[in-house]
Design a protein around this ligand. Sequence first.
Ligand code: FES
Length: 173
Amino acid sequence: MDKHLYNLPDLESENGEWDERAHSRQGFLRLCFWSVTGLSLTAVGGGSVRFLLGHSLTAPAGEWIEVGALNELPPGQMHRVTYLLRTTDLWRKGELRGVLYAYSEDGSSYTVLSGTCTHLGCNVRWDDAQQQFACPCHLGLFSRQGEVLSGPPPKALNRLETRIENGKLLAFV
Ligand code: FES
């Protein structure tokens, strides 16, 4: 066995021959130690990096989705639409479910709001009787236009970009 393989100190000549079995055992234990250490560092380090990166590597959920045909979106009514986006990052594939609300005052222009509460991300619900959005998590309230009426939400519901194509309303989520 090559004594330099494990970076061992030179033996004094009076100590006689190398004890190959001792060196093998020592080398084996050293190999085990560094293997376990390396694996542990990889696991902990990889997990930490993944934690720090969070969803920053997730492909942006920028996608046009169909809200509905215009003739199915009568003015004055709030329309709830759910959607599903497929996402990927370096480690995994996932699904992103979302809710949005569309309405039109006059049938010529449309407003589409994200249904995700701006406080901690729960889905808000439209309360037709109260004519407002209510978040079930911490009782945040939003107006029909998405402005904060009360509760902890720090800002209005996100207003989504829209376009009309072939008689259908699309929203960019
Ligand atoms: S998540 Fe909506 S009020 Fe807290």
